[in-house]
Write a protein that binds this ligand. Sequence first.
Ligand code: 5AD
Ligand code: SF4
Length: 458
Amino acid sequence: MTDPRPNQGKSVFVRTYGCQMNVYDSERIVGLLKPLGYSVAETPDNADLVVLNTCHIREKAAEKVYSDLGRLKRIKNSRNKTGGDLKIAVAGCVAQAEGSEITSRAPYVNMVVGPQAYHRLPELLARAAREKGEVLDTDFAVEEKFDRLAERKADGPTAFLTIQEGCDKFCTFCVVPYTRGAEVSRSIDAVVAEARSLAAQGVREITLLGQNVNAWASAPPAGMAGSAWGLGELCRHLAKIDGLDRIRFTTSHPRDMDDGLIAALGEEEKLMPYLHLPVQAGSDKILKAMNRGHTAEHYIRLIERIRAARPDIALSGDFIVGFPGETSEDFKETLAVVEEVGYASAYSFKYSRRPGTPGAAMQKQVPEEQKSEHLAQLQALLERQRTEFNQKQVGKSLPVLFEKAGRKHGQLVGRSPYLQSVHVSAPESMLGSIAPVSIEGVTPNALAGVLKEGEYAA
Ligand code: 5AD
Ligand code: SF4
């Protein structure tokens, strides 16, 4: 008989690069390996298996992975000298993009697993053990990857839940459509089952994830008639789950922001008033060159409709400065959009050429100094807006979900509905609960508040 847990006593170290999607995938990788007998190692130094869960969105991502692989090679070599071994797996988007390039540049890598195939890690591990050679699995087959995964284990009162993967939008700067493949939605029944299981384990807030989360679409739940559901319907449905008090979702594309979702943001109390809706740039010429499929005007009208439905909504965005052909005049239009919208938070980047994307081959690449100058200007404006938004909360009472202990003794850190961190003196017994907090001040990255007396049970 074969040992059902052949890896008992072994440990795995997972290094996560990049986005929340990858943090989620890493959790799932650990979730897949634990039942096989793997425990989690804190460093690669004493792990039996190292998984590099890579991200391709930033420049030089692949080089960073190769340099990390170089360090792992040294650990592996010294183990081999004493009869031991270290198995190395490269997962995620760099695995997808580089494919067999990885095993030719780093032949000591045992497994290369694309984002659509990591549920097969256990099988690949078994094959690697048998064959002692490289194993490559970066096929784009979307064989219900989501549903073959192990049961989610909750870790604290908040959790991510992937409902959608991939992107068909092909923005000309972005590698995601090449690395993550076409848009795929997870079925409503699978999403609801996972959300229920998380809620039963004490999760109070879920963040639905997807590269284009608002492109999610599925047939209605089993037994219900009607046409396909969108994200708005999904959120309303998830809101019925007992114990689940807050629902968020990210990242949305302006083109997929439909009336159903906007109405849900206005009407469903459990949907938090926070929306990450990247615009990337403010000049229509640049938006067109980026293949965004919307103009600045369209975006601003969309924001108006969203604000009409949910006046207090906190808006967040992504911005790229220095896309090929962007002049100082074009850039001013980005500043104008920011001024008009007023963001509560934002992410901004200098354009970086990603090999294989149309942007990389475009003429009129923008000089680095100009990119840096514009980025500094944009970030100063966004930072001013963030601080203003935070300051507006002072004097208000906000419900805070307490997530973890603070750095100071006797302090907890939670989140406001607007996703701001809030530091509060509160007993540890309040972890995982939602309580009203009077916001008294603003620190550089958070709000400071006090519990409203008598309104919580310690
Ligand atoms: N250069 C700079 N920023 C990029 N992003 C994606 N690709 C690039 C690139 N080539 C940014 C976009 C996207 C965010 C996740 O990363 O703003 O929304
Ligand atoms: Fe990339 Fe554009 Fe798709 Fe977002 S919408 S993942 S930026 S291609």
